[in-house]
Design a protein around this ligand. Structure first.
Ligand SMILES: Nc1ncnc2c1ncn2[C@@H]1O[C@H](COP(=O)(O)OP(=O)(O)OP(=O)(O)O)[C@@H](O)[C@H]1O
Length: 247
């Protein structure tokens, strides 16, 4: 699927590289009266775990929102190579903490895209929900109210909701924020497993250890791509100092 935004030159060739899951070219996006991403070109390779790294406000969440289709670019080109609609786990879940929902019901909402909110879940839906609960280590919390959970447990429930969507593209905004070291390691291992299972993962992170364990990295600063490549090559002390230096 290829989407063009306010682009004059419609003759731009699409990427023919079959290894690409997403290609973005000259992409600009932001909020009303507040441009954030400026002329960003990058690509996401299929079956990789890609980390979006950059200081606060550099545009990581905005880029994830664009990839998820919830923020419309103002210019440029975004191309998804087939696949299913992405599963997006925003920084603060769309589910309010005060809603009277159990963890299981929260994860079941991940099936709504497939089933609609009012239809009975199929056996396959229930299996997808059970698998997601187990993979996040929260099966024992299934009957608890979301509002009763710790921040880290709630975060895991929201990731499980994303997983239950069974998309081939999982977009996660700071999935390990608020988690203890053991849960962080569990999520890092899970992302690696998901890639092995056929999922392309893109996650925004401030955790440089998590970024270093990714397969690829996009380094952002002030809404622009500074560099893209393997984390070991990109996340050098001098590159990080450059990106984090005050504007
Ligand atoms: N809903 C919004 N309306 C207006 N401006 C916004 C909105 N959300 C974010 N912004 C602004 O867009 C810019 C980029 O924010 P974004 O959340 O994409 O950055 P980020 O790299 O994810 O930051 P962080 O690491 O703090 O999560 C910031 O200047 C922010 O204030």
């Amino acid at each position: 699927m290829k989407i063009m935004f306010n682009k004059q030159d419609l003759s731009l060739p699409s990427a023919t590289d079959p290894t690409l899951r997403i290609r973005i070219e000259g992409l600009s996006a932001g909020y009303a009266g507040h441009p954030v991403l400026h002329q960003l070109s990058a690509h996401i390779v299929k079956l990789t775990n890609t980390a979006l790294v950059g200081p606060n406000g550099s545009g990581k969440s905005t880029l994830l929102g664009v990839l998820a289709g919830v923020i419309q670019p103002t210019a440029g080109e975004l191309e998804h190579a087939g696949g299913r609609p992405p599963a997006f786990v925003p920084q603060r879940g769309a589910v309010g903490d005060t809603l009277p929902l159990t963890v299981r019901q929260t994860v079941e909402m991940g099936r709504w895209g497939e089933r609609g909110p009012w239809r009975r879940l199929t056996r396959h839906d229930r299996t997808a929900v059970d698998t997601a609960l187990e993979r996040l280590g929260i099966a024992d919390l299934a009957a608890r109210q979301l509002g009763e959970l710790s921040g880290g447990q709630r975060q895991r429930a929201l990731i499980a909701q994303g997983l239950a969507q069974e998309s081939d593209l999982l977009l996660l905004d700071e999935p390990t924020t608020g988690l203890d070291p053991e849960a962080r390691e569990r999520i890092a291992a899970l992302l690696t497993e998901l890639v092995a299972d056929g999922v392309t993962v893109v996650h925004a992170t401030h955790d440089l250890d998590a970024a270093r364990s990714a397969d690829a990295c996009l380094l952002l600063r002030e809404g622009r791509l500074v560099s893209q490549g393997h984390p070991e090559q990109l996340l050098t002390p001098s590159a990080l100092a450059h990106v984090w230096q005050p504007a």
